[in-house]
Design a protein around this ligand. Structure first.
Ligand SMILES: [Zn+2]
Length: 479
């Protein structure tokens, strides 16, 4: 598999991505159009993302639960914007056990309705609040333009749903979760995402405020990597989620929802990958280091394997996620290419000369070729490798941040905005009108990504219409 060459990123970024996902055995196409099969290596990466998130959710007071995959159709009709937003994407079950169902059932595209219904039964008093529940699972949104991990009909994710007594608490929750998403993206996935608020056109169906984290991929397109929504009382009113306050008067709850999906796997591939294959951030990599013993005959083999086995035990004991590649039927060169394709951060090579000198060769995946190679002592090797993993993690974030910053422009007028958006992002004043947003989309195919929380002082003039504008926004073509 590693033998036929990968299309390069500059030849065709989209094709590079498609081939890489298959060659690195991350995922495969399912027999049902629009669905994906996540293969063990891709799932292992996803599991590490889920572990990083789940830990943070629990530390901030959330608990996990499981709600059903089937939702009565009538639930969707209770919130007007929600049904309008989702109805083109719904998959509907009309028959069960050979009989036509009395009421059609929707395969969940998201769970606000079913969870809202349950919350209305569970929440009675201010003492029951807040309710902070997350669910891990998959959802189905009918989708025919498939791109593995980025856009598939069924995808895996977590969806958190919370209910609060006050608007302040619900808003605080929305921001708290967005911070968790940004923390995981930046410090675990090494993706320098930007936090901000979505425009009215781009927000979630039924939400009053949608916030997002947005990353820049290597083709300079934006990827919305997670969202956190504030619903106000929209869903509480549709589902009668009410509580008695301290004065014994009946109030509607304020609710939120938030999700991060297997798209994050696609974000990692497109942020860090190179023409040799995946480049995985050490903190999330399923395998952090691979040991490749090198020998030509049985005499060399026994000496080399003795050291390789000892090194394996030592690194494993230090908590490094590790693989020993002692395959006999393939060459060392093949193994190198193979692990490069899979993006393993560090390769530990041990040959007969290393046995004599008490050394090993370390090759870092983020710096290909000779520049990324170092020859180090076997003494304190676990410490050396751990140090290298920390360094690689930091280097990936730095490189991605520099790339992003070099490709965000501040055009001086509309003509320049159009030029910039052909191959980068624009950060511009915007009056927040839908007309100006639509004009940019029509002229350039770029959309507003988010209005970042980090804003310059003062105000400016809308890049499109020239009217007064109080916020700057990121425009970019997006996945
Ligand atoms: Zn304008």
């Amino acid at each position: 598999m590693a033998e036929d060459k990968l299309t390069t990123r500059s030849e065709d970024f989209s094709e590079w991505y498609n081939q890489l996902v298959l060659k690195a055995e991350m995922a495969d196409y399912a027999p049902v159009r629009g669905c994906m099969v996540v293969r063990p290596y891709g799932w292992a990466l996803w599991e590490n993302i889920t572990a990083a998130l789940d830990k943070r959710f629990k530390e901030s007071g959330h608990t996990n639960a499981a709600f059903p995959i089937l939702i009565p159709m009538s639930f969707f009709e209770k919130e007007k914007e929600h049904v309008e937003g989702f109805s083109p994407e719904l998959a509907v079950v009309t028959h069960g056990g050979g009989e036509k169902l009395e009421e059609p059932l929707v395969v969940r595209p998201t769970s606000e309705t079913i969870i809202g219904y349950m919350y209305s039964k569970w929440i009675k008093s201010w003492r029951d609040l807040p309710v902070l529940i997350n669910q891990w699972g998959s959802v189905l949104r009918w989708e025919l333009r498939t791109k593995l991990f980025l856009r598939t009909a069924e995808f895996y994710w977590q969806e958190g749903h919370t209910a609060h007594a006050s608007k302040e608490e619900a808003l605080e929750e929305m921001y708290r979760i967005l911070d968790i998403y940004a923390d995981v993206a930046i410090n675990e996935a090494a993706i320098p995402v930007i936090k901000g608020r979505k425009s009215e056109t781009e927000r979630f169906a039924g939400a009053q405020i949608t916030t997002s984290i947005e990353g820049m991929m290597q083709d300079k397109r934006a990827l919305q990597s997670a969202t956190s929504h504030y619903f106000g009382q929209n869903f509480a009113k549709a589902f009668e989620i009410q509580y008695l306050d301290k004065n014994n008067s009946l109030q509607f709850c304020e609710t939120t929802s938030w999700g991060l999906s297997t798209r994050m796997v696609g974000a990692i591939i497109m942020t860090h990958g190179d023409d040799q294959g995946l480049v995985l951030p050490p903190r999330l990599a399923p395998i952090q280091a691979v040991i490749v013993p090198i020998y030509k005959n049985d005499a060399e083999k026994s000496k080399v394997m003795e050291v390789a086995d000892r090194v394996f035990i030592e690194l494993k004991a230090a908590g490094i996620r590790l693989k020993m590649d002692d395959r006999e039927n393939v060459s060392s060169g093949f193994k190198f290419n193979d692990w490069e394709m899979r993006g393993v951060p560090v390769r530990v090579e041990i040959g007969p000369k290393d046995v004599e000198k008490g050394s090993v060769a370390l090759a870092r995946r983020d710096v290909p070729g000779r520049d990324g190679k170092s020859f180090v002592s076997q003494t304190n090797l676990a410490e050396t490798v751990n140090g290298l993993l920390v360094d690689i993690q930091a280097s990936l974030l730095k490189r991605a941040t520099e790339f992003r910053d070099a490709n965000i422009h501040e055009p001086k007028d509309y003509e320049e905005l159009k030029k910039v958006l052909a191959d980068g992002w624009a950060f511009s004043w915007w009056c927040e009108s839908k007309e100006c947003e639509a004009k940019v989309k029509e002229d350039t195919k770029a959309t507003t990504r988010n209005i970042p929380f980090d804003q310059p002082e003062g105000e400016g003039k809308c890049i499109v219409c020239g009217e007064k504008a109080s916020k700057k926004v990121y425009f970019a073509k997006a996945y």
